[in-house]
Design a protein around this ligand. Sequence first.
Ligand code: UGA
Length: 444
Amino acid sequence: MSGERPIGVIGVGWVGLVTAACFAEMGHEVIAMDIDADKVRSLNQREAPIHEPGIDELLERNAARLTFTTEMEHVRESARLLFCCVDTPPTYSGDADLSRVQAVVSQLADDGDYALVMKSTVPSGTGRAIRRDAPGLAYVSCPEFLKEGTAVDDFLHPDRVVIGADADAEWAADEIEAIYRPLGGEIVRTDVASAEMIKLAANAFLATKISFINEIANVCEEVGADVTEVARGMGLDKRIGPSFLRAGVGYGGSCFPKDVSALKQLAGNSGYHFQLLTAVIEVNELQKRRVIGKLQKHLGSLVGKTIALLGLAFKPDTDDMREASSLVLAARLQGEGAEVRGYDPVAGDPARELLPGVGLAGSAEEALDGADAAVLVTEWSEFAELDWKSLRDRMANPLVVDGRNFLDPRRLRDAGFQYEGIGLANGDSDEAASAPESAQASSR
Ligand code: UGA
């Protein structure tokens, strides 16, 4: 929008890049900075350093409106709203590491004619601390709610936009509201501390939903119920809703594990023991390990057994391996004496460094060749399309543990596999494998 000052974006990681590209797509001039010169160079050649659907097209289409720089000065001098998108990784104690945020703040003037808009996820109270150190700096909290894999779409079609500002930064909050309004979605205007808490509480609630359904799945296995049926029946209650009720090997990624522990830690640091979140974290850890028990049930000792992990990224459509369930599973299996192989359609390269001793295959077929069991860890669509009938003969033993309840149990059993899901009525597949097809069909 010519005539206006460009929007500034500080930190061009996954959040910053999506934010910059989407603002440009909306017609705004954007100046984005990052301290990583290599990244800035490739972005100026319109090469995205991340795998995110739609981002390459946005960079290409809006090239004229997007400038990438390593100089904070350029951003400070030209932009009025500076969206801070640097990462806040967890420290060993579970607190959020705010050093990158602090480095940004230290480069901003206390009396600049701009506002710092915090998109990075920070503990509640961070805004207050920044304002204490830089009382003249206009500060707004505007947390991001993007999901990896659908981030561009999430940005351009938000459920809500949260804007938290104190009285002296109302002018900046008004400008941010005007920028986001054309996207639709409810605008939530609130104070800084509440905006920060909305972000952490939303992620912690979603993680709680996942740990809850995973515990229900574990009980389902004991009582012969089917968690997918239970989730469907629960989710139709509008107060509960159907999303985030998929049982599996637990949540991962760069956000849920970090934000749940940051909120637990934040509460603890202020003298409050957040009991529920302690359980949410523990359930998530144990859930990854239940797969080991399922393998042992069929194979006995895992010493010398070859186990193939299908999918290594923390979820499909991303190459992100941060806190992926595959990391814990591979290490546990190696600890049990198994030989572990893995295959992921896009996360092969990052997996190489993170999974020492794991044989990385170039295809699912190669990973399964001669394997004693397959464990589906990430629900990439290509795994549903595999020719399981012919894979049955390539494997040393026909066992599939489906850690995401993603494959069709009947198809697998018809192909001669023993199939184990998570919380499914027919988890013990031995009888089911030899049961007539009609009986299997009616059991689902
Ligand atoms: C999550 C939130 O969904 C976003 O709203 C938030 O903006 C983001 O964190 C963040 O804080 O930046 P993301 O980490 O991309 O987004 O991933 P999700 O799609 O939410 O999935 C998280 C994990 O939960 C994955 O490992 C997924 O496999 C698992 N999951 C999800 C389940 O096990 N069951 C479900 O029903 C849903």
